[in-house]
Design a protein around this ligand. Structure first.
Ligand SMILES: [Fe+2]
Length: 262
């Protein structure tokens, strides 16, 4: 069957009903984190739709992108409920958990197998440090598009968070707020590599990892949005004013500018 706006609305209703199951627990910290991922999912849907439109995708593919955006983090709610953390290394891989939930709930079964596979694989790969080689052109395209849309919204979440004063360990991934930047993280960036999460040893490293996402962006409209919204500048502003930070920022910002003028 083909996707339609009506179909998407049905899945959006399913999504809201599913979240209602997590609203029984009234603990404010729990609710805050469930809400945070709910809003993130809804915004990623909007971001991916806008990217898909900018890329002139046909209508069917725009709808498909929206579905992937809305459901990409469906594993997050169960992850937080079961483990009280969003840290995959301390709980389980939230993308894999998301696929498990999609299967348990029998979602997307009405679609053609190719479409089902595309949705499931894009979700499965969205949180990998790097995408594995993907033969299928469509799956590769949507996996890359989802990763861009997801990063655009995480840039928003973290920069909004840095701009306020209330602390949330679930965002900071429980990293200590100590001085400086780790040598391994600095080296990754100077070689235009994304930062590996196992190299993170403090909160500054985590912020730097986000700046280095620029090396893992796939599409021109995503680079344009990152520049318009000044995400790199906003993260730099909450890092120590050091020579290392200046070098990191210059490297990443130059990379971004090059992508946009090309
Ligand atoms: Fe996400």
């Amino acid at each position: 069957m083909d996707l339609s706006e009506k179909k998407i609305a049905e899945y959006e209703n399913w999504f809201s009903d599913y979240l209602a199951r997590f609203k029984q627990n009234h603990d404010p910290y729990f609710q805050k984190n469930i809400k945070m991922k709910e809003m993130h999912s809804r915004r990623v849907r909007k971001e991916i739709k806008e990217l898909a439109q900018k890329l002139d995708l046909p209508f069917q593919k725009i709808l498909c992108a929206e579905l992937i955006g809305l459901f990409h983090d469906i594993g997050r709610f169960t992850q937080f409920k079961n483990y009280g953390t969003f840290k995959d290394s301390r709980s389980e891989d939230h993308a894999k958990l998301g696929v498990k939930i999609i299967q348990q709930e029998k979602l997307f079964m009405e679609f053609q197998p190719e479409l089902q596979e595309m949705i499931i694989k894009s979700i499965r790969y969205h949180n990998r440090a790097e995408l594995p080689p993907i033969q299928d052109k469509n799956i590769r395209f949507f996996s890359r598009l989802l990763r861009d849309a997801d990063k655009l919204d995480i840039f928003k979440v973290v920069t909004d968070y840095y701009a306020q004063s209330e602390k949330n360990d679930a965002i900071e991934l429980e990293l200590p707020d100590t001085a400086g930047i780790s040598a391994a993280v600095f080296t990754d960036i100077m070689q235009e590599r994304i930062v590996k999460s196992e190299n993170l040893s403090n909160f500054n490293d985590f912020k730097v990892l986000q700046i280095a996402w620029i090396f893992d962006i796939n599409f021109l409209p995503t680079f344009q949005r990152i520049a318009e919204r000044k995400f790199l500048e906003k993260i730099k502003a909450v890092l120590p004013n050091s020579e290392k930070v200046n070098k990191i920022f210059q490297k990443c910002n130059f990379f971004l500018k090059e992508k946009i003028v090309k």
